[in-house]
Design a protein around this ligand. Sequence first.
Ligand SMILES: [Zn+2]
Ligand SMILES: [Zn+2]
Length: 295
Amino acid sequence: MDDKVIYRQINKDYAYWIEKRRIGQAKGGQVAGLLTHRQAGQIKQNILFDAGLGTLEGLADCCEDAFWDEPLIIFITHGHIDHHAELMILSEIYCQRRGQHIHDIRRPLMVCCTAETQQYLYHTHRYGYTDGETLQPNLLMPEIPVQVGIFKITPLAVDHFEGAVIYIIEFELEKSHKIIIGWDTTTLPLAPQQLERLRYPSLAVLEATTWTSMMADTGHSSVADLVKTGFLEQLQLQFQPEQEQYGAYLVHYSGWEDPGGMLTDQQLKAKFDQTFPSFAPIVRVAERGQCWYFT
Ligand SMILES: [Zn+2]
Ligand SMILES: [Zn+2]
């Protein structure tokens, strides 16, 4: 039976196209990903991870218009505006579209996040949570998994911002899979109990905001941090696409804060391979709209 999961990187950057244009990138937006479970040609569930600037444009570019009629739940990683700026506009479009009948207005979109994150979402998108009735909070506790269809989603608290989490997604089709949504970390989650949960993913989408280690200035981990802390090695990644083992893909790269300046994705990958040849086979740079398939 046609039963598959698709993870799609809707956007991948931290610097927006205004900065990225200088290196020839005309389009893009801030990190957001879409997880889809498709069964027998039907979309059973879409789950959007973050909804920052460029999400609506990314969804329009990467998805069929049918997306707006498919079941949707949203998970937000943390309260920084670059991860939820378009949340309320998105929920307005999703909920206020008429269905077959003029009274077919949809129920509010469920937005899953920690209580601390919810405070930021409420202040920024208040209308959606009140009179607009297009947003409905569902509070998460770190370490406590929630089940959404076939997906078990566990938030893992990280050092970045109050209430910040990354997400571990586990599901079983013919094979068992684990996807790590690992963007926005200041210090990397290196505690043994965190690593225990993160090991052996089918796909790890990881933040590297700069090349150079400069977390004190940016609040973000870098390419150098991923390698030098031993985090990448601890994850036990494999790149065997035919086995649906995709290794790690870098997101949230900006480079405009980097002393060495911004690199294009190709330059970033080339520099990575040259500097850290032993990790070259398992680390790549995510492309906008890139999809990974799981069966
Ligand atoms: Zn952040
Ligand atoms: Zn961010």
